[in-house]
Ligand binder design. Structure first.
Ligand SMILES: Nc1ncnc2c1ncn2[C@@H]1O[C@H](COP(=O)(O)OP(=O)(O)O)[C@@H](O)[C@H]1O
Ligand SMILES: [Mg+2]
Length: 257
């Protein structure tokens, strides 16, 4: 069965988009068929996978607002890389919430639109916007697993707590099958000592300890450059720490199956 996973954290700038792109790319290199779904109106994952959008581009916006007329097949595009497809986002997605708020089944628009699509993939990775919005709720209603990039910074703790509370609420009301697969330390920097201190704090905290991944994503400028350049770091800079770390994470995810 395919794995359908949200990359989520209510905080911005913690490495969600970089993870959706690069974990997706690393899994595709392991011969897994991967679909990245970009659910952030800022569409950084779309750009990071080398896809340009304009007013004509059919995106996840059309998919969830025009459910009758637009199908997933109309919107999914192939990237330049084998086994790696993208459902692009568009700035218009920011307005989608207002457009669907009064429609029945508003939390399940994405799940409905993508029903059956996962049969063509081993992994569907969904990048999420940095706030808890109806768009994020649509993602949590659709996926079965959540991977949480957690920046090694003191404020990360508070964000985790609120995300875990949100997931509890989602499980009670909308999606009882939703489980946390991993909390992945990101922006890990062993020189400062702070990163390791926070990682150890997570490992000692009963609420989180079972989920903390062995893989850590180190701070690495190759990652930042590659997202700007529209090419995942595992393809752009194979020998970088970034390529190494996301590949380790992909292997850990595959080993846990
Ligand atoms: N491991 C990393 N090392 C260095 N820079 C990174 C790393 N991961 C992400 N970045 C950069 O940090 C910024 C925020 O990351 P991003 O993935 O966009 O976070 P989010 O999606 O959670 O807002 C981006 O400019 C991105 O290129
Ligand atoms: Mg992002």
């Amino acid at each position: 069965m395919s794995r359908v996973i949200a990359i989520a954290n209510e905080k911005g700038g913690v490495g969600k988009t970089a993870m959706a792109i690069n974990l997706g790319a690393a899994l595709s290199q392991e011969n897994k068929r991967v679909l990245v779904v970009d659910m952030d109106p800022q569409h950084n994952a779309t750009i990071g996978l080398g896809v340009q959008v304009d007013d004509e581009t059919l995106s996840v916006y059309d998919l969830i607002v025009e459910t009758e007329d637009v199908s997933a097949g109309d919107t999914i595009v192939q990237t330049q890389w084998e086994n790696l497809d993208l459902l692009p986002s568009h700035p218009d997605l920011a307005g989608a919430e207002v457009e669907i708020i009064d429609t029945p089944g508003r939390e399940r628009k994405l799940a409905q639109a993508l029903a059956g699509v996962e049969d063509a993939y081993d992994f569907v990775l969904v990048d999420t916007p940095p706030s808890l919005s109806l768009l994020t709720v649509n993602v949590f209603a659709y996926v079965r697993e959540v991977i949480i990039p957690c920046q090694m910074h003191p404020y990360s703790y508070a964000a985790l707590e609120s995300l875990f509370d949100t997931l509890d609420i989602i499980r009670e009301g909308i999606n009882s099958d939703l489980s946390v697969t991993a909390i992945v330390p990101t922006f890990y920097d062993k020189r400062t000592g702070l990163s390791e201190m926070i990682r150890e704090k997570l490992l000692k905290d009963g609420r989180y300890s079972d989920f903390v991944s062995q893989a850590v994503i180190r701070t690495n400028t190759a990652v930042a450059y590659s997202t700007e350049a529209g090419k995942p770091v595992v393809f752009a800079s194979r020998r970088s720490y970034g390529a190494w770390d996301y590949t380790r994470l992909a292997e850990e995810l595959l080993a846990g199956q």
